[in-house]
Ligand binder design. Structure first.
Ligand code: SF4
Length: 223
């Protein structure tokens, strides 16, 4: 269980999955820079992040920008959308002060582009589901990721292994945050998509340390 002072932003979990150094630059060193991809993401979320938006589509109600938190994960954040699906049973359901009856919540996260080669989007969605599970004492077995490039949603099972990855990732985030140290750059192909590349300078990892350079080139061995 984490205390309120230890809570970290849930949305950072996708940055941490992408690159722990990128996450630390943003969340420990408070660095930020825009590129085409971050701007596209912001435009997409401008249409999604409206807390006053409610939509009824058939029997399903969509709520936007709900505040969520989990002390188990030590994460807090805001959902893109939560769909409420009506159900007859109180089991794994919530009530809503505006709408009568029982509702099963179903988190939906909006993403730029298409399915990623890693699990960063799934982990963010699972963290949202796990926050709501803790808040309402329910089980949420599924959520969805909507990709704007293909304009299609994928149903994601909040499986045991996805939950374990999410817990492990959240624990690592807390460890790095507590250490206050920037993880080393790990220059990979994905660095070209990173808006922080000019702040991170991943090539510096290949450079010889100043002390090594001085020892090798400046000082004479007089022994
Ligand atoms: S440039 Fe690469 S190593 Fe540096 S923060 Fe971005 S993704 Fe990580």
């Amino acid at each position: 269980m984490y205390t309120e002072d230890e809570m970290l932003m849930l949305s950072g979990i996708q940055h941490f999955m992408f690159c722990p150094r990128q996450w630390a630059l943003i969340h420990i060193e408070q660095q930020w820079a825009e590129n085409k991809l971050t701007t596209e993401g912001q435009i997409l979320h401008k249409n999604v992040d409206n807390p006053f938006y409610r939509q009824k589509n058939g029997d399903v109600i969509t709520l936007r920008s709900l505040l969520i938190a989990s002390k188990e994960l030590g994460l807090y954040g805001i959902t893109d959308a939560v769909e409420l699906v009506p159900t007859d049973s109180a089991e794994d359901a919530i009530t809503h002060n505006r709408y009568e009856g029982y509702w099963k919540p179903y988190p939906v996260e909006y993403k730029r582009g298409h399915h990623k080669p890693d699990e960063r989007d799934e982990v963010q969605l699972a963290a949202q589901a796990m926050c709501m599970e803790e808040m309402y004492g329910i089980n949420i077995p599924y959520g969805a990721l909507y990709y704007d490039e293909v304009k299609r949603r994928e149903i994601i099972s909040i499986s045991e292994s996805l939950r374990n990855t999410t817990i492990h990732c959240a624990q690592q985030m807390h460890e790095v945050f507590k250490s206050g140290e920037l993880p080393k750059a790990n220059k990979q192909r994905h660095c070209k998509n990173c808006s922080l590349i000019n702040i991170c300078i991943p090539e510096m990892n290949d450079c010889v340390k100043v002390s090594t350079y001085l020892n090798n080139n400046l000082y004479e061995d007089i022994t």
